[in-house]
Design a protein around this ligand. Sequence first.
Ligand code: SAM
Length: 255
Amino acid sequence: MTNGHKKLKYQKIGDILIVKDELNETEIKELVKRTKCKTILKYETHITRDLRVPTTKTLYGTETETINKEHGCLFSIDASKIMWSMGNLEERKRIATKSNKEEIVVDMFAGIGYFTIPLAKYSAPKKIYALELNPNSYRHLCKNILLNKVENIVVPLNIDNRDFDETIKADRILMGYVVKTSEFLEKAFQILANNGTIHYHDTVPEKIMNTRPVEQLKSIGHKYGFELEEYEIIRIKKYSPGVSHIVVDAKFKKI
Ligand code: SAM
């Protein structure tokens, strides 16, 4: 979103603004008046280790927790500790209607419930196991389950997804992670049900985005006795120059 006069760029998460540039007193006052925000945070760096923690500087206000509304869902979030990706907006909407009441779903990288909450609300599967390692994201995930009244569907677990109980089999697995997603494919196939689907996210050089992820899925799947039945590759957004964030919807059957 852009301020009409001075082109001050910001992202709005609930009633908190996120900016990338330093602002002077006049610019801060103008933004507060225009947007009625309670806090302005400047994001300095984005990702720390695997836990998606931003480093922020507070330019205005004190409160960093807010509730963001999207696609009829409510997301409690601490904007100083957790990122909200606007680039994934369409994917959060797309995934919402992918399941049905017969399915067991595992969200291996649940965060604050970015995919889990819309999926629970609009597809109402039998169960969603929402796995999240970061204690702060997990706290908001639990809050969001209650805020959206999906506690009968979602089981939140504050664990490393590699420790998830392998006797539970998933009809659908969400792998909403980037850069190192392939490292978690072995675990995904260990918990995949016979006719299961994996939504596999990855960041891939554009030249090989139609080949590498599918080859990885085929080869690791084969090791666990699965055959790729059908797939679709969807580009979510540009990740870096020449690199795209993509998702592969991959349906497997046990050989
Ligand atoms: N799936 C959401 C999306 O795509 O918008 C959230 C993505 S966020 C990049 C990844 C989340 O995975 C973070 O909240 C991080 O803490 C969590 N995470 C990273 N490694 C994990 C692991 N081994 N087990 C469980 N959660 C993990």
